[in-house]
Design a protein around this ligand. Sequence first.
Ligand SMILES: [Zn+2]
Length: 283
Amino acid sequence: MPELPEVETVRRGLAPAMEGAVIARAEVNRPDLRWPFPARMAERLTGQRVERLRRRSKYILADLSGGETLLIHLGMSGRMTVSGDPLGQFVHTHPAAQKHDHVVFHMDNGARITFNDPRRFGAMDLMPTATAEDHKLLMVLGPEPLGNDFHENHLIAAFKGKNTPAKSALLDQGIVAGLGNIYVCEALFRAGVSPRRKAGHIAAVRVAALVPIIRQVLTEAIEAGGSSLKDFRQADGELGYFQHSFDVYGREGEPCRRPGCGGTVQRITQSGRSSFYCAQCQR
Ligand SMILES: [Zn+2]
């Protein structure tokens, strides 16, 4: 499942092909993904210039010249592929149409963007740009972890008196937007905080320390995604999936990477999801 750094990498990969270009033709091959597409989606997209491609949490938002914004969510298995990019960053030939190519944007600069999603947990919607933040999927979101509204005092206030484990508190999209299972595990490891510790029981100074660590963990992953874009002469032009190594995530039974710890990474289940952590050094 793509997390924030993967989505940001997709956004950065799409930007050169989409920003400033006009959607010459939108091909919508089915009526829905997770939810029905908005009415007349193909018509409303056709002829629109993409003014700006931005990201909010795990959503890609394309602001269009006509005053609407296209929201794109990759869901569990959604993939974006760029082909025929005139800037030479991507494969030049358009691939043959694949099963599950649900939406294809034919840009006036010759680029083609294909959204393929076998499981169809992804989503697309259109809303007025002026009130985009009021969209039902966006209005519930807390601050962006890399934005100015995510700061020490915010997190301390959000954790105060909370009886839920630290893991669940950080996954709460109303507290901080876009953090998923992988990067929460990594941030808690780096901070030396147990995913099981009740959020309200963590000393304020340790909660405060989570803020720069969360930013760092995400920034490093986005940088790894960025280098994957640089050598992006990938055969299939698919965006957003890159090699990245984790300290605890997926390392059950392996030695803890904290120097001098000597502990072993464990996996537990919290709210139905796996948490990886070292009980020796995460308290
Ligand atoms: Zn350890």
